[in-house]
Design a protein around this ligand. Structure first.
Ligand code: FAD
Ligand code: NAI
Length: 468
């Protein structure tokens, strides 16, 4: 056990200052522990704040404003002429947003007296973390080293012509034709950014649906909505090779099951086929921390690895690779280290795609309920019948609720629609509290609000929607 009165001894050393690591550090400090956090990046905040959630949302907001000014204002009687894109300014604004956020984490570290150990952390032994040539003693070690973009054989990323999300956030010109490999969250969000700014966007997806892990109806409907916005989808298609030259990339594609090869010419290719756990340089082998079959750090239900005193949270462990999951795990683990009973409810974790309209989902899909043999009732309500959505001019999408057929307990909620990522919160709370569809249906919702579509979908579970 480390004597934490020494300057280089801590109660907890967290490795990685992303949303999992920095939040874990703050909560541990709040609970009276002496905490250090190791981060090798020049700024705190991890993937999320530096090259993920925050810069992507800054560009989504800016590109949405541009698209509204060019295509939507006129319908509202707002006539603007000569709308021009200043991409350099848009990128500079994004950098300002990132900078304010990462500095915010530095402030929180100072406020909570968390020591930032700058550099790459390596677990020298249980209770010992090495950073450069210094070794620090600690009671607990938390691995929060996150994830990295998944590579694809035959596709060499140069972050200029063939980019990951990191390069796609930094383009200094709008590509004429952007080909996205992978119809998942990154492909659709960053595809939307560049489509709104004028790029032709083609999405090549291996499976037969975009967002394939979501409710099937969501994937199919969302594909139609994005197609109306100009996206081209090549589903059931795989990329077998890519050759980049000065001006662009030739991508060889063929049907997923095999078939005649075809060439797609792209100005830029975005590789977005998922992310994988990042454990390089941690020395896990030497210390005996076991990885699972997909290279993630193996843990029990309370984030303990097989080596006593070493824990792991966030993208580096199994589960959804989402910032809020990482944060909640960070809080729960810190509380457990303090002898409390921190817990994360896997059934009530929202997932949001920040396109327009947005896609938001929580709980079980129809496909999962069928596979589990659970009898369910469906309630649906379209935004075309919601007064507020009409006033906004944003009627694409619907709310779909799934409730247990016998008990009426809400099991899943899936929304495509304006601000879906915000209004889903009500349904996350409902699922967290074990609410029934009837509970949601009998809750008074403000008028006119987008949330009324949720109330109507809840009424529809019982076959008694009022406005359709
Ligand atoms: P990370 O944020 O990856 O942080 C890990 C940190 O550990 C990094 O800073 C890394 O430098 C550091 N590190 C690694 N190894 C070492 C070492 N040995 N020593 C020192 N430091 C080390 N999620 C959402 O919920 N909402 C979104 O809108 C969203 N948008 C995204 C957009 C993009 C483009 C991407 C790529 C991801 C997005 N995500 C989003 C996912 C989200 O970013 C991750 O789920 C989240 O960052 C995971 O947090 P983490 O703390 O586990 O790891
Ligand atoms: P993803 O898992 O969301 O999507 C990857 C897609 O690529 C899937 O549809 C998959 O079927 C497809 N695919 C896999 N191999 C392929 C191949 N060889 N050819 C063509 N298609 C292939 O992963 P993505 O979009 O890279 O995002 C990574 C992670 O980052 C996700 O886990 C996501 O949760 C997180 N993220 C979250 C965001 C949010 O919450 N708004 C935004 C961006 C990322």
């Amino acid at each position: 056990m480390a004597d934490t009165s020494a300057t280089n001894a801590f109660d907890v050393i967290v490795i990685g200052a992303g949303p999992g690591g920095y939040v874990c550090a703050i909560r541990a400090a709040q609970l009276g522990m002496k905490v250090a956090c190791v981060e090798k990046r020049a700024t705190l905040g991890g993937t999320c704040l530096n090259v993920g959630c925050i810069p992507s949302k800054a560009l989504l907001q800016s590109s949405e404003n541009y698209a509204a000014a060019t295509h939507e204002f006129a319908a509202h009687g707002v006539m603007v002429e000569g709308v021009k894109l200043d991409l350099a300014r848009m990128q500079a604004r994004k950098a300002e947003v990132v900078s304010a956020n990462v500095k915010g984490v530095e402030f929180l570290f100072r406020k909570n007296k968390i020591t930032w150990l700058k550099g790459e952390g390596r677990i020298a032994a249980p209770g010992k973390v090495a950073v450069s040539d210094q070794v620090y003693d600690t009671k607990h070690i938390v691995i929060a080293t996150g994830s990295e973009s998944m590579p694809l054989k035959g596709i060499e990323v140069d972050e200029k012509r063939i980019v990951t999300s990191t390069g796609a956030l930094e383009l200094d010109a709008v590509p004429g034709h952007l080909v996205v490999i992978g119809g998942g969250v990154i492909g659709l969000e960053l595809g939307s950014v560049w489509a709104r700014l004028g790029a032709r966007v083609t999405v090549v997806e291996f499976l037969d649906s975009i967002l394939p892990t979501m409710d099937r109806e969501i994937g199919r409907s969302f594909e139609r909505i994005l197609a109306k916005q100009g996206f081209t989808f090549r589903l059931g298609t795989r990329v077998t090779a890519a050759t980049a030259d000065e001006k662009g990339v030739d991508l060889t594609i063929e049907a997923a099951g095999g078939g005649t090869a075809e060439t797609l010419r792209a100005d830029v290719v975005l590789l977005a086929i998922g992310r994988r756990a990042y454990t390089a340089g941690l020395g896990l082998d030497a210390v005996g921390v076991a990885l699972d079959e997909r290279g993630r750090v193996g843990t029990d239900a309370h984030w303990a690895t097989n080596v006593p005193g070493i824990y792991a949270i966030g993208d580096v462990v199994a589960g959804p690779m989402l910032a809020h999951t990482a944060e909640d795990e960070g809080v729960a683990l810190a509380e457990r280290l303090a002898g409390q009973a921190g817990h994360v409810n896997d059934e009530a974790i929202p997932g949001v795609v920040y396109t327009w309209p947005e896609v938001a989902t929580v709980g079980r899909t129809e496909e999962q309920l069928k596979a589990e043999g659970i009898a369910y009732a469906v309630g649906k309500f379209p935004f075309t019948a919601n007064g507020r959505a009409r006033a906004m001019g944003s009627t694409d999408g619907f709310v779909k609720l799934l409730a247990d057929k016998q008990t009426d307990r809400l099991l899943g909620a899936h929304i495509i629609g304006p601000d879906a990522g915000t209004i889903i919160a009500e349904l996350v709370t409902a699922i967290e509290f074990g609410a029934s569809a009837e509970d949601v249906a009998r809750t008074c919702h403000a008028h006119p609000s987008l949330g009324e579509a949720i109330k109507e979908a809840a009424l529809a579970v019982g076959g008694r929607a009022l406005h359709i």
